[in-house]
Design a protein. Structure first.
Ligand code: IVH
Length: 685
């Protein structure tokens, strides 16, 4: 065989192989080879084609993105018009549609093909002798725009049909769309580049297909779902819509796996209900379902009016996006103190309910969307998700609408509002003092692992706060504010439970510094951090007055915890509550502060790996930290020791490679004992 003949054969073979894997991946969703292998095949084909450019054909998988940008789109006349669909919005309308069909066809019951109604853009793909020769938008239904170069970039559109029994001319009708995940990724990408965000997947799909430069279209995560045929020449098609879909699939076209044959109006309504339940879980947006009389003969008997066929109907879901006006922007203070801007809306029916509020998330989101009080906006409510403002209709902005400004003080308690650098959320620093946060803060304060006040349940806390009797956790200990009679008189309380509660409150006064710190509910100061802080500093005053460098000395305390601690103690209200608690008798034993103990392992860094026999890794970590050592997760040149138990894995190998000293369990214990003797003989609390 001549070399050129050999190349030709390899090219043909590679194209077949690539097309096969393309189909597996994009149409069947069942990839058979890893992406890297697919890329390798593509590169091989590209290399061969560049050796023999005369062998490049338009249907080669290397030619999806080939052409130069267009100057404009040509017009395409649809030989078979691309019709629209009549809509139904209620069960009754679907029943009436079915009744009309039965009457016209003079049958007792009609079978339908039920399909999801994808929310994208209708296109027509013309295949001649199996090759994709032209693709067009719907346009006005009679004349559309030629978008062949853009459609070719969509990997799930076959450039050549599979099999051989297809008609000479086959126009396939379908919907081009962007799946939900692809849409999110696309907008993340836009945001990163500082470019405009797309409002919804449908607009993004439309914008992507209308690009004059197919290279841009190629970067967009477009997909296709085929749902019908237009012109068909020289070749028979099956006799029902459902079978036609199956045939399209055999020819390598992507169709909906959700299509089903159903019977009568009852079958249609059941399908609508089932798909409706799964709507949010589907990977793409749908705005309803479509019922098509299944038998093609019956479709022909029904005929069409100028705009839409009489043999099909779309049963729409309640719209998930509607337009309305923002009356004002309010600030809500959540239980963690997070300030959430909320749009108060002129009532609007969207996603099946009347919506009057929509979240605006945070300051950055408002700025990005430039939402202002008085604006007309698009509101979205999908499934059970909280309604949100999607975008502003700028053309309808009233004169003088002022940009939104985040308040600098909490609208509930007046405390300073702070926003930690790198975080999107602004928070009220009022902590225990802020009524909005108070209930949750008190529940946490009284909880078992905090101050452990038995009998002070959630319901009771809510009653106490609602009645205005408990304004801060300190009030719980104040018998003038909260005397026995008041407690006994509350709903579901009585003399005995009030007595029990008071004695539980009394008992809680004797606590530990770690519990008390944890009970304060400082953000990100959980039990372990509270304990580390208590052990390190020994006294509350020292924690309050510690500077950043001193706080960072504590095991597991990083810059975020430092910022939270400082913000909490900086707030005068919080310091007042702490003093009041101490004034009412809350106390704890002093701890021998670790910071003041000799720290023989100070400056040494340990990495623990593998399983030890006599202690857990966590115990070893604490013991090392108690002696001043730092324990980290990864081995580097700076690591002093790697402690390797059984099955140590790669960390041991890395230590050996870097020449870091290895310790086994016995050596570690020896080291702990020796270092412990050098340390003050105080037990850890
Ligand atoms: S059939 C003659 N089936 O909905 C029948 N349309 O509102 C014409 N659509 O223009 C369309 N999914 O863009 C059909 N499974 C489906 C569909 C579907 C989405 C779109 C299509 C059409 C519009 C009509």
């Amino acid at each position: 065989m001549s070399p050129s003949r050999e190349i030709e054969q390899s090219i043909v073979h590679l194209r077949e192989e690539i097309n096969h894997h393309n189909h597996q991946y994009y149409v069947l969703d069942e990839p058979k080879i890893p992406d890297a292998e697919y890329d390798r095949l593509m590169r091989e084909l590209q290399a061969l084609e560049s050796q023999a450019p005369e062998l490049i054909t338009p249907d080669s998988p290397t030619q999806r993105v080939g052409s130069e940008p267009l100057a404009g789109f040509d017009e395409v006349a649809h030989t078979v018009p691309m019709l629209s669909l009549d809509n139904a919005f209620s069960d009754e309308e679907v029943m009436a549609f079915d009744k009309r069909a039965c009457e016209r066809l003079e049958v007792g019951a009609v079978a339908y093909c039920a399909e999801p109604k994808l929310d994208g853009l209708a296109v027509s793909l013309r295949y001649e002798h199996g090759f994709l020769v032209c693709a067009a938008t719907r346009g006005d239904g009679r004349v559309g725009e030629e978008i062949t170069q853009n459609i070719r970039t969509i990997a799930s559109v076959p450039l050549r049909l599979m099999g051989g029994d297809f008609p000479d001319v086959l126009e396939v009708r379908g919907e081009v769309y962007i799946p939900k995940a692809g849409f999110a990724a696309l907008n993340r990408h836009q945001l990163k580049k500082g470019e405009k965000l797309f409002v919804n997947p449908r607009n993004a799909a439309a914008g992507s297909l209308r690009q004059l430069d197919p290279k841009i279209t190629a970067t967009r995560p477009l997909e296709i779902c085929c749902y019908g045929v237009g012109a068909v020449d020289e070749g028979a098609l099956p006799e029902s819509q459902y079978e036609i879909l199956a045939r399209l699939k055999e020819w390598g076209l992507r169709t909906s796996p959700e299509a089903q044959q159903v019977n009568g109006a009852a079958g249609c309504l059941e399908y609508y209900r089932q798909i409706g339940e799964r709507r949010d879980a589907l990977p793409y947006e749908i705005d309803g379902v479509v019922f098509k009389i299944d038998k093609i003969k019956q479709q022909q008997m029904m005929g069409a009016v100028s705009r839409a066929p009489r043999w099909a109907i779309a049963y729409k879901f309640p719209a998930q996006e509607e337009m309305t006006k923002i009356i004002e922007i309010d600030i809500q203070v959540g239980r963690t103190g997070a300030l959430t801007p909320v749009a108060r809306l002129a009532p609007v029916f969207v996603g099946g309910v009347t919506v009057t509020n929509a979240t605006l998330h945070n300051e950055d989101e408002i700025r990005r969307k430039d939402v202002r009080s008085g604006d007309t906006v698009i509101v979205r409510r999908a499934g059970d998700v909280i309604p949100e403002v999607v975008s502003v209709v700028l053309a309808q902005r009233p004169d003088g609408a002022a940009p939104f400004v985040m308040p600098t003080t909490c609208p509930v308690c007046g405390s300073e509002v702070r926003r930690v650098e790198g975080e999107a959320v602004s928070r009220c620093s009022g902590g225990l003092y802020c009524p909005a946060q108070r209930k949750e803060a008190i529940k946490h304060f009284a909880s078992r692992r905090a101050m452990d006040i038995e009998g002070l349940g959630d319901k009771l806390v809510e009653q106490l706060v609602d009645a205005g009797w408990v304004k801060s956790v300190a009030d719980l200990y104040n018998r003038t504010v909260l005397p026995h009679e008041k407690l006994a008189g509350m709903a579901r309380m009585g003399d005995k439970s009030a007595k029990n509660l008071i004695s539980a409150i009394e008992k809680s006064k004797q606590t530990t510094l770690a519990r008390f710190l944890f009970a304060l509910g400082i953000r990100e100061v959980g039990e372990a951090t509270a304990e580390a802080l208590a052990n390190h500093f020994g006294q509350l005053d020292k924690i309050i007055s510690a500077d950043e460098a001193a706080l960072l000395q504590v095991a597991d305390v990083g810059p975020v915890v430092v910022a939270n601690l400082q913000s909490f103690f900086h707030e005068p209200h919080n310091r007042e509550v702490i003093s009041a608690l101490q004034h009412h008798g809350v106390h704890w034993p002093d701890i021998d502060a670790m910071a003041e103990r000799p720290q023989p392992l100070m400056g040494k860094t340990f990495v623990l790996t593998g399983t030890m026999e006599t202690m857990t890794r966590d115990e070893a970590k604490r013991a090392l930290q108690a002696l001043g050592a730092k324990v980290t997760g990864s081995v580097s040149k700076k690591t002093s020791y790697v402690v390797a138990g059984a099955d140590p894995g790669t960390k041991r190998e890395k230590a050996e490679k870097l020449g870091v000293e290895l310790l086994d369990e016995t050596a570690l214990k020896l080291l702990l004992v020796e270092a412990g003797q050098a340390s003050a003989p105080t037990a850890l609390s």
